[in-house]
Unconditional design. Structure first.
Length: 242
């Protein structure tokens, strides 16, 4: 394995440091009090240094792709390690997720937040807080949206990728799963679908998306969490269908 020189490593750190800061800002929504964006920057730098150390130019990938993956992964691991969501919060989240799923199956249509809140005998404000938790717990890791029977991870970006690009999922025999998630994204509400596209594809932050949609950052976070819950439900059904 060809190793990078010290000078090349220093150049790589300088090159990707703005990317580290960008992802820290991107993932800083709805963080627990114990964790700051500066903590995410520190974790991202560790991930970047690991990427630089482990990168092999002989592999069929670029340093940019490899570094991005390690930076994001290190930050997500840092958030997960806090274990900040209580058992009660997770239980409530699961109840909300199951209610959305069961009501939509029974009514054969999308249900409103008001309908779900009424069904659960909870206020809209309480429901929105739970949806915000969903967005943070699920985060944006490649593994969080679902895994197929062979243990392969599904990247949401592959479901909204540019036309004409290499179909990685088809090469991994995950095309059916990609199509399932793609259809699920199409079935989301207009704002939810746009948030998914702006956040994962255009890489806007929650604050930037809020400005685009003329809604608050917290509302973007809630809609993001709601969308992820719906997508996880669809993928779980796909994995268990056999």
């Amino acid at each position: 394995m060809a190793k990078m020189t010290k000078k090349q490593k220093e150049q790589a750190v300088d090159q990707f440091l703005p990317r580290v800061k960008y992802y820290a800002n991107k993932y800083a929504f709805c963080l627990p009090a114990e964790l700051s964006s500066e903590d995410l920057v520190s974790a991202g730098i560790v991930g970047l240094l690991e990427a630089i150390d482990r990168f092999d130019p002989a592999l069929n990938t670029t340093l940019s792709t490899f570094a991005d993956f390690r930076i994001r992964g290190a930050m997500i691991d840092e958030i997960r390690s806090m274990q900040w969501a209580s058992k009660d919060a997770r239980k409530k989240l699961e109840e909300v997720r199951n209610t959305y799923s069961s009501m939509e199956k029974m009514l054969n249509r999308s249900v409103s937040d008001e309908e779900v809140a009424e069904k659960l005998n909870m206020s809209l404000d309480s429901l929105y807080k739970t949806l915000s938790i969903a967005g943070t717990i699920n985060m944006v890791s490649l593994e969080d949206l679902g895994v197929n029977k062979d243990g392969e991870s599904l990247d949401i970006l592959e479901c909204i990728s540019k036309e004409g690009e290499r179909d990685v999922l088809e090469e991994l025999n995950l095309k059916e799963m990609r199509d399932t998630l793609g259809s699920a994204i199409d079935d989301l509400g207009e704002k939810e679908r746009l948030i998914i596209s702006l956040y994962y594809y255009d890489e806007l932050t929650m604050k930037e998306i809020g400005k685009v949609l003329d809604i608050s950052e917290s509302r973007v976070c809630q809609l993001h969490g709601k969308a992820l819950m719906k997508l996880k439900n669809i993928l779980e059904q796909y994995v268990c269908k056999d």
